[in-house]
Design a protein around this ligand. Sequence first.
Ligand SMILES: O=P(O)(O)OC[C@H]1O[C@H](O[C@H]2O[C@H](CO)[C@@H](O)[C@H](O)[C@H]2O)[C@H](O)[C@@H](O)[C@@H]1O
Length: 290
Amino acid sequence: MGSHTDSTHSMPTPAPLPTPATAAGREGLDAILARPAGAVIALDFDGTLAPIVPDPEQARAHPDAVAALAALAPKVASVAVVTGRPAAVAVRHGGFAGVPGLEHLIVLGHYGAERWDAATGEVTAPAPHPGVASVRAELPGFLDSIGAWRGTWIEEKGRAVAVHTRRAGDPQAAFEALRAPLTDLAARHGLVVEPGRMVLELRPPGMDKGVALLDHVHRLSATSVLYGGDDLGDLPAFAAVDKLRSDGTPGLLVCSGSDEVTELRDRSDLVVEGPHGLVTLLRTLAHHLA
Ligand SMILES: O=P(O)(O)OC[C@H]1O[C@H](O[C@H]2O[C@H](CO)[C@@H](O)[C@H](O)[C@H]2O)[C@H](O)[C@@H](O)[C@@H]1O
């Protein structure tokens, strides 16, 4: 994908859009193309718009992501980023604030608990869950007591805490060893564990990316939806698109593929190769929309 040159007119013409592998996906893409003004384009951040790096503080949107989103946003009902990150962090690391074309961008942070609106620059969110403060206090001693792998570290997220294993000698073994104990710990504090790419997050229950996506699509009375993600936390959003489809709203499920997570590949209509492939798809889609 990319731009081609049309020798007849010497004008760049858009590369063709890829064909989704499923009939439902083709119907979703057709609906977006037929009526872009009714389409919601919703995208995960880490691993989808931003390449995975060892230090979450160093993660940044793909260099062409903002331009692709800004080209797409004026043509559709809404572009939204749906992320496990605090909304303000995703806005900062994405470079999403003050961008011409992204005046109506929405960032749904903390799996939808937070909402940042580019039109106001404000984040709205419910009161923090008290279990986060108590688990934050217990967590360092708890990790020591269970002999967590060296390199395991805690990310402070405000409304949640996340335990990362990517820097451990064997990240997958470190992740597996922590999963059951952290699930018990979270439950004792009224929280749930959200597993991700070499990360286990302890966060409040009751919200996920599927709930957030359905709410956003219904608020706008959208007529179609595209959701792109890479990780287990995106599966509820995939399920939400399935629900929308069965209720009559066409949708396209895009997987930002990696070797690390395979579950989404099997559930998606279209697989692109990581954030670079996703950004190329968005740019190509923008070219094809009236
Ligand atoms: O919902 P997302 O936007 O995909 O956010 C999920 C988690 O992303 C971050 O962790 C992941 O990306 C890091 C930077 O590339 C990487 O180091 C880590 O291994 C990944 O799991 C973020 O740090 C977490 O808080 C998010 O929950």
